[in-house]
Design a protein around this ligand. Structure first.
Ligand code: MN
Length: 738
């Protein structure tokens, strides 16, 4: 059975009403306009959150009021207070950014929008091991974009920590851990000590409840003794300062539980070895006063050597200034004494907010103010590696560039599974793809960003969720990608991939050449010249039989010895018999049907060459092949032009009705039904054709049609060409020699 949880409204902290908040900001916001913005924001937030309650029991509106109250304690301006009041409305209610922009202007809309996006990332729910706290901080800063966003987020988180009791122990620990890893370092860097130390103590309470209690007990045990000692020390110091007529006020503070925890459990001190558990703070008017007071203290009490620090001359990076020294009081207790001016005190407590503090007046410019703050924050330089020291540009340009680097130096993009990918500003989906994996980059065809389909040159922003679409048939990287990619790593991969592909094209060419040369050496022994070999091996049936889509691919395979040239010949011989049985029969000496007469060639087998497909009427020659009889070529056939083994040949005078195959090409402008019209024309003339192949040249929409037509003689072939040119679109036709 679940144990009933005791609900403590507002975590037991004093609850503030809007009237309390109003009393606070009325002190420093004087303009009617400013006051109205805050009040309007409150009324709208109250209306939108109406009827909703927090887990701790109070109406939801209590949370934004407390967040704004924390901000008002830092003297934040109207836009920041209004944003604090509205910070959960877009995420949790039906209010839109557009509506906020309409009613409160761009500033408030921008801040609330950033906060909503940060909230949607639900940072603390991410579980990835590679999700480092440092990434986390950078993502947060990258998304914040405006110091005011950071302020509201810190106030929001602080109030959530104050009211953590109503959540499950797992959630408590997760939020506490995230606060320590992500938010307190930011509060520290911004110098907002009040938020930093309260967050640290609260986080510790949930992460290390026992150690927290140990320290609390130790502090309480020493409390009575401490109060007595402290009172007498303060009185003594006050007396001396009055004597010297130095203006001052004095405070005392106990070191935060978290700082004591660090000294005890991280650095191994015992509680009594910690010198500065107690600190006295003397706040005075001028820097000069500070040094005067230091002199007086050192003259009165024994300082502990090595403990004096001058943070006035050497401020901390977060702008903290103060003199620190540690003394032994009259009763033997050890105290740290901090001496500073009012201004330094304000900065020590509220850091960036002291500079940020809302300034009234017509000329107030938040951008200028933010620049001013950034200028004072040395830690911003941590984020930037400034090359080129003595840069020329104006201070303003420098700050603009610096601010741009801080908030825009990197973008943090998520994979669909929540992994963070860090990329430089301006990086595209293509860079993202290569960052995931080289293979993903090489096969990328597109991407989705936040669910929308986008091209590979889409520039990514922090918080985007990006998924790359890949395809195995992607043509891969091309030179254009070098312009799309912004990261040098992606560019390097792209260059490499292009080079690799070119190298493989080259080596493929070498393979084709090698295979073809081998084939040729074998085919030539069979009386088949290079032209005829190329033609034969380019035939559709050959390609289909060897499962390749081009002759070159076949040659490349031959280079790999599968098939061998002999294997190709074996296949072709089957085909050749089908194609030329009549001719071979005609070579029979006893038959009078051989169409060619060769003087001195009687009794020898005669065949017609496949390369130049001679037909009656052509000038012809006989080529004496080794062991294959005489092959008849056209006299102008380049395959035999330089041969010394030629015999004179002529067509018989008494040819019968036989037809002979002849290979032709027809050139035409492509159009619908072109091939059909050609075939109809041929058929109407009683011309048989075969092996028709059409090739379209896309650039000019010209069409080359190769085919074999069967004609009795050259005169008929001329008629065929004339008729072909009569077909609309056809502009030329000719015989070809392979
Ligand atoms: Mn909130």
């Amino acid at each position: 059975m679940e144990q009933e949880k005791k609900l403590v409204p507002n975590g037991g902290y004093p609850m503030h009403t809007f009237e309390d908040l109003k009393a606070l900001y009325f002190v420093y916001i004087k303009s009617e306009k400013g006051r109205k913005i805050v009040e309007d924001a409150y009324l709208l937030a109250k209306e939108k959150h109406a009827g909703v309650f927090r887990k701790s029991g109070e109406p939801y509106i209590q949370h934004p009021i407390e967040v704004a109250y924390i901000l008002a304690q830092l003297e934040a301006g109207p836009a920041t207070l209004a944003s604090g009041l509205l910070h959960d409305t877009v995420e949790d209610t039906d209010l839109t950014i557009e509506e906020i922009r309409k009613r409160f202007g761009d500033d408030v809309a921008l801040i609330v929008d950033s906060l909503t996006k940060i909230q949607r990332m639900k940072l603390s729910k991410r579980k990835e091991t590679d999700f480092e706290a440092e990434d986390h901080r950078k993502i947060f800063l990258g998304m914040a974009r405006d110091v005011r966003v950071i302020l509201v987020k810190l106030a929001d988180r602080l109030h959530n920590l104050r009211t953590l009791d109503s959540l499950s122990p797992e959630r408590q620990k997760a939020i506490a851990k995230e606060s320590l890893e992500v938010f307190t370092p930011i509060a520290h860097r911004l110098g907002i000590y009040t938020i930093q130390s309260e967050m640290e103590d609260l986080s510790l309470k949930y992460l290390e409840p026992e150690k927290y209690k140990t320290i609390l007990d130790l502090l309480n045990q020493r409390e009575a003794n401490r109060q007595e000692s402290l009172t007498s020390l303060k009185k003594r110091i006050a007396d001396i300062l009055f004597e010297h007529k130095i203006p001052f006020r004095m405070e005392s503070r106990v070191k935060s539980i978290y700082s004591i925890y660090r000294k005890m459990y991280k650095k191994g001190y015992t509680f009594d070895e910690i010198y500065d558990v107690l600190a006295i703070r003397i706040i005075t008017k001028t820097e000069m006063n500070c040094y005067e007071i230091l002199g007086i203290i050192h003259a009165t009490y024994k300082p502990i050597p090595g403990r004096f620090k001058d943070y006035i001359a050497m401020p901390k990076p977060n702008m903290y200034q103060s003199l620190h020294t540690t003394i032994v009081s009259g009763d033997g207790n050890i105290y740290e004494v901090q001496i500073r001016t009012e201004e330094m005190d304000k900065i020590a407590e509220t850091g960036i907010a002291a500079h940020w503090r809302y300034k009234e007046g017509e000329n107030y410019n938040p951008k200028e103010e933010q620049r001013d703050i950034e200028e004072k924050l040395h830690w911003f330089r941590d984020f930037v590696s400034m090359s080129g020291e003595g840069e020329k540009g104006s201070a303003e340009e420098f700050m603009a560039a610096l601010s741009n680097d801080i908030f825009n130096a990197n973008v943090y993009v998520f994979t669909p599974l929540g992994k963070v990918i860090e990329l430089p500003t301006g990086a595209t989906t293509l860079d993202f793809a290569y960052k995931i994996h080289t293979k993903v980059g090489d096969q990328a065809v597109g991407a989705t960003v936040n669910g929308a389909l986008v091209p590979l040159n889409t520039v990514l922003k922090t918080g985007d969720v990006c998924e790359i679409k890949t395809s195995k048939t992607s043509p891969g990287p091309n030179l254009g990608w070098l312009d799309i990619a912004k990261t040098s790593s992606a560019k390097a991969h792209i260059k490499k991939a292009i080079q690799k592909r070119e190298a493989s094209v080259e080596s493929r060419e070498a393979l084709v050449r090698k295979g073809r040369e081998w084939c040729l050496s074998v085919f030539e022994k069979e009386g088949i010249g290079p032209g005829e070999m190329d033609r034969l091996l380019g035939e559709e049936r050959v390609l289909a039989n060897f499962h390749v889509d081009s002759r070159d691919a076949l040659y490349a395979m031959v280079a790999g010895k599968s098939p061998t040239p002999q294997g190709l010949l074996d296949f072709l011989n089957v085909k050749r018999e089908k194609r030329a049985p009549k001719l071979l029969k005609g070579a029979d000496k006893r038959s009078s049907s051989c169409p060619v007469v060769i003087d001195g060639g009687e009794g020898v087998m005669i065949g017609l060459a496949h390369c130049c497909t001679p037909i009656p009427g052509d000038h012809i020659v006989g080529f004496v092949s080794k062991g294959k009889g005489i092959i008849v070529h056209r006299a102008n056939c380049p395959n035999v032009a330089s041969s010394t083994r030629l015999l004179e040949a002529r067509w018989r005078d008494d040819l019968g009705v036989a037809t002979y195959p002849v290979d032709i090409e027809v050139y035409a402008n492509d159009r619908a039904n072109l091939l059909a019209d050609i075939l109809v024309m041929l058929s109407s003339k009683g011309i048989v054709c075969s092996d028709l192949k059409a090739h379209l040249i896309k650039e000019n929409m010209n069409c080359i049609i190769a085919m074999t037509v069967f004609v009795p003689d050259a005169g008929t072939l001329d008629d065929v060409f004339t008729a072909l040119k009569g077909v609309r679109g056809v502009y030329d036709g000719k015989r070809i020699i392979h």
